[in-house]
Write a protein that binds this ligand. Structure first.
Ligand code: AMP
Ligand code: MG
Length: 371
């Protein structure tokens, strides 16, 4: 049975059901003529005010014309996203940056040169060209130039400014495959460009450059170490900014919402690897006795050892890239299998591991267990 459209969709589009078309790209790494033809068609949909989900190197985005107020309103409606949670504007060349931002500090150009196109989002003072519906009512604007070739061609074909949050229903795990986008968005958006699996599988790093000193608002693939190296100084994430329990209005408004969550409960377990294994094994027995369907997201060496209904092997404990790459798809697969409780081993929290731990904690509603 199809889920009912969220209330937002009813008010904005009057329970409009669209026929979502899937465009499958043959050569995502280097789109050929046929691929470019499909991307051009999708660009036309955007110019007419429609919505198209598209691949990026981070996760699938739900794109609309960033300069069209109605398009951003439709994005919020399709996702069921609170309208004070701003959208990132995706661009495909550096000139576009100067059109939508002003008072751009030198550091923004240094970072753009180093990390764009790529998984870094910069928050800058808005020039006023991007409407407030897109920026969630703020006078600042979040901007990113993705490196995915299909994304860049799509942005170009759409007029150069694509507002895009992740292409999931608000609160659910971000989609890392086109079929996950369809799971959430079929009938709510005009089209999906299927460009295969996303390379990284976790959302971009977000930094704020609006008040003199740069601040990391959301960790991602571009780590503090990489930012620090480019800027020639040490970068640390303010822990208060990442604290999901923080009650004040945070600088990145979206950070206060529960996120990335499957239907089952997520239980991250921290500690010495042997103790973590023992702890999870004990908890699995208890969960089974309570009649729960169980899942584990764990390191390669332990995947065969657990007695759980669904087990996802996520590589080595010191390899956050592999773990992050498989995380959202594992959560969605566990939902498909109606798993009630999911235990997750503790992968490294260093480097890119900080971003993985941040998303894991959010999917767990901020709680973890010590082994
Ligand atoms: P998503 O589109 O789901 O990847 O989330 C984008 C996130 O970027 C939002 O949830 C905000 O936390 C953040 N963001 C976007 N624009 C701004 C802005 N102008 N100021 C602060 N944070 C922003
Ligand atoms: Mg999101």
């Amino acid at each position: 049975m199809e889920p009912a459209p969220p209330v937002h969709l009813r008010t904005v589009t009057g329970v409009q059901r669209l026929n979502t078309k899937v465009y499958t790209i043959k050569n995502p790494a280097c789109p050929d003529e046929d691929d470019l033809g499909m991307i051009a068609e999708c660009g036309e949909i955007i110019k007419r005010g429609g919505l198209v989900a598209f691949p990026t190197e981070t996760v699938y985005g739900l794109g609309g014309d960033a300069l069209n107020e109605e398009s951003s309103a439709k994005i919020y409606a399709a996702k069921g996203r609170p309208s004070d949670n701003p959208l990132i504007v995706h661009i495909c060349n550096i000139e576009a940056l100067k059109e939508i931002a002003e008072d751009i500090p030198e550091e923004a150009y240094i970072l753009a040169k180093e990390f764009w196109p790529g998984p870094l989002t910069m928050i800058l003072k808005s020039s006023g060209r991007v409407p407030h519906t897109t920026t969630g009512g703020l006078d600042t604007v979040a901007i990113r130039m993705p490196s995915d070739k299909v994304a860049l061609e799509f942005i170009k074909a759409s007029g150069g400014f694509i507002a895009a949050p992740s292409a999931n229903i608000s609160g659910r795990p971000s989609p890392t495959k086109a079929r996950y986008v369809m799971e959430d968005m079929d009938g709510r958006i005009d089209a999906v460009i299927d460009g295969g699996d996303n390379a990284i599988g976790l959302e971009s790093t977000i930094i704020d450059l609006t008040d003199g000193s740069m601040q990391v608002l959301r960790p991602g693939y571009i780590t503090n170490e990489m930012l620090g190296k480019a800027l020639g100084r040490d970068i640390e994430t303010d822990p208060a900014l990442l604290d999901p329990a923080c009650k004040e209005r945070p600088k990145a408004p979206g950070m206060r919402y529960r996120h990335y969550a499957p239907k089952g409960e997520v239980h991250p377990v921290k500690g010495d690897p042997d103790k973590v294994f023992e702890h999870i094994s004990r908890e699995l027995i208890k969960a089974k006795e309570a009649g729960k369907k169980t899942g584990v997201f764990c390191s390669r060496g332990n995947a065969e050892k657990y007695d759980a209904d669904v087990i996802r092997n996520a590589g080595a404990l010191d390899d956050a890239e592999t773990a992050a790459h498989h995380f959202y798809s594992a959560l969605r697969d566990m939902d498909d299998e109606s798993v009630d409780i999911i235990f997750v081993e503790n992968f490294t929290e260093r480097g890119f591991g900080e971003a993985f731990w941040n998303r894991l904690l959010k999917s767990a509603g901020s709680e973890w267990e010590d082994a």
